[in-house]
Ligand binder design. Structure first.
Ligand code: FES
Length: 105
């Protein structure tokens, strides 16, 4: 695994407002909930919708294209939206000195 800098500072993240990020040629959706940062695949498993431009609803990340939903903690596809399959989640680290967010994959 390699650690990549996402180019996002924790101070710029708002709770429940996903942002898109790219590192190592891969797209991610970054979500802050109750101060904790989550990183998930940024490309929807249905038709490739941009999950970093989705929304958060009841602890799920919702795809902006057709509403596919994923548990933010696990990446598991929600049973109510069977047209999507599970996505990956990733470990993130926030640098305690400058607030920059790093991802491992
Ligand atoms: S592309 Fe995400 S639900 Fe269709």
């Amino acid at each position: 695994m390699t650690e990549y800098r996402l180019g996002i500072n924790i101070s710029a993240l708002k709770d429940n407002e996903p942002v898109a990020a790219n590192a190592g040629g891969k797209d991610f959706a970054i979500v802050k909930i109750d101060g904790k940062i989550h990183a998930l695949d940024g490309v929807c498993t249905h038709k490739g919708g941009p999950l970093g431009k989705g929304m958060v609803n009841e602890g799920r990340l919702v795809c902006p294209w057709h509403g596919g939903a994923f548990e933010i903690d696990t990446g598991r596809a929600d049973e109510s939206t069977p047209w999507v399959t599970d996505i990956n989640v990733y470990r993130v680290r926030v640098d305690s000195t400058d607030g920059e967010v790093y991802i491992d994959f």
